[in-house]
Design a protein around this ligand. Structure first.
Ligand SMILES: Cc1ncc(COP(=O)(O)O)c(C=O)c1O
Length: 465
């Protein structure tokens, strides 16, 4: 009460005006000296009053900068220097979709495809488990490490697994742990935009390696290793995002041989392991690697829910030790309740059914989207029908500017991802990445029709940015 009364009194006084003495205020408000002093102390903390010992208490003058004058942050440009990380690509993918628009740009399946009920039930139990809010082992809880290792089978053991908060964090960790700033890293062209951003953040020089419908071209990889001096190659050998390509069995052997011969490390991003539509999905590269040339990344976020940020890094030798040190430096450890919930979800009786339902829904959506794209733009627009994942890589006439087309499509009411963002250097053609997981099945055809109307109005050869 006295605080409010003093605040009002301060407002009535001019700036710099002096408040009555403590004694006068005691009499005015009929309270003791402690109450007056406490109220004054609080308003002094808030910056309303300025207590000057021996002189009295005064009303703080307003700040000299008028409130309507914009703050000047321009000096930060000098302090921070050039930016290593372009802010558009990744943030656009993660941005909340504009309401009313058909979202063919998202990276995660819609909530109705997520394991939300399994996750939330597991989370409620996990949150109550004794000790779960305490410090966790730096490399993750044993059960989860064992599960990730068992998923790979064969020679991988739990002590070679580090639990991470999703695989984006695993990529960032891998780049900073395994390459020195300024060195080169080989990446497929095109490749996952989040990996391109992470490599730039780590100060690495991106060297593109050409791909075709069977994945990276091993002879080009060999050449790139020789000419660039790179000792790191980031790849998605199975259902690549964005192209959907899967590295053929023969090329898998060749890639491992080429990498081993160069004394290099391949980072295998197996982001899509749970979203494969194949009856017997190809085995990861790491299962054929004996001498630590492969560092393997896995994620659960796509098949459970984006918020269950659990993934894993699998590695051996000095690489494992460096990755563990880097992980600990970045975040100490992954939150206990999240790890416990993830462990419960993957061991729950409903997990296998959830995966079956998710894959079946994705296959249906893929067929609808591919059908609509071929209808609108011809068969050649879909060079590869993906056998896993959540996206279709759509090719357009190279005279079309994909950046302008994506902007025009957004204006027409459909969100798509411009192909150029997925290339580590100049794009080799005009592409869009369309997601069949981030919009309801019933909206996929409408989304493609809106895209077709935008494409009809997009002027060829128009250049964006
Ligand atoms: C190829 C690839 N790797 C990694 C990630 C990161 O996913 P998360 O951090 O949710 O595991 C994504 C997400 O879109 C991806 O497409």
């Amino acid at each position: 009460m006295v605080v409010q009364a003093l605040r009002r009194a301060a407002r009535r006084l001019p700036a710099g005006g002096r408040l009555p003495s403590v004694r006068a205020l005691m009499a005015q408000y009929r309270v003791g000296p402690g109450t007056v002093r406490q109220a004054m102390a609080r308003l002094t903390d808030e910056g309303v009053l300025d207590a000057r010992p021996g002189q009295g208490t005064f009303v703080t003058p307003p700040r000299t900068t008028p409130a309507d004058e914009p703050a000047d942050f321009s000096w930060q440009g000098l302090a921070l220097g050039a930016s290593r990380v372009p802010s558009d690509g990744l943030t656009a993918l993660l941005a909340a979709p504009v309401s009313g628009a058909v979202n063919l740009a998202g990276g995660y399946p819609l909530p109705d495809l997520q394991a939300v009920s399994l996750v939330s039930r597991a989370m409620q139990r996990a949150a109550r488990r004794p000790g779960v809010w305490g410090r966790m082992p730096l490399e993750g809880i044993d059960g989860l490490r064992e599960w990730f290792a068992a998923q790979l089978g064969g020679p991988i053991s739990a002590h070679e697994v580090i639990v991470t908060p999703g695989s984006q964090s695993a990529i960032t960790t891998a780049f900073s742990a395994l390459a020195a700033p300024g060195s080169a890293v080989l990446v497929e062209s095109p490749s996952y935009v989040g990996a391109l951003v992470a490599a730039r953040l780590a100060g690495l020089r991106l060297v593109p390696v050409p791909t075709d419908r069977d994945g990276v071209r091993p002879e080009m990889l060999q050449q790139a290793l020789a000419t660039s001096g790179a000792r790191l190659f980031y790849t998605q050998p199975t259902h690549s995002n964005p192209t959907g390509a899967t590295l053929s069995a023969e090329r898998r052997r060749q890639v491992l041989d080429v990498v081993a011969a160069a004394g290099a490390i391949v980072i295998e991003d197996d982001w899509c392991r749970d979203l494969s539509f194949e009856r017997s999905p190809v085995r990861p590269l790491i299962t054929a690697d004996r001498h630590g040339h492969c560092v393997y990344l896995r994620s659960l976020t796509k098949s459970t829910a984006p918020g269950l940020r659990i993934g894993a890094i699998v590695a051996r030798g000095a690489a494992l030790a460096r990755l563990a040190a880097c992980r600990a430096a970045a975040e100490f450890f992954v939150s206990g309740p999240l790890q416990e919930a993830a462990l419960e979800v993957v061991h729950s009786p409903g997990w296998a059914k959830h995966l079956r339902d998710l894959r079946a829904a994705l296959v249906r959506r893929r067929d609808v989207l591919v059908g609509a794209v071929r209808q609108a733009f011809g068969d050649a627009a879909v060079p590869l029908v993906p056998t896993g994942g959540a996206h279709v890589w759509v090719r357009f006439d190279d005279r079309l500017d994909d950046g302008s087309l994506a902007a025009d499509a957004a204006a027409a009411g459909v969100l798509v991802s411009a192909g150029r963002q997925w290339f580590p250097a100049e794009p080799t053609g005009a592409y869009l990445r369309l997601s069949f997981a981030s919009a309801p099945e019933t909206q996929l055809t409408k989304g493609v029709e809106l895209l077709a109307s935008a494409a009809a109005g997009t002027h060829p050869r128009r250049r964006s940015r």
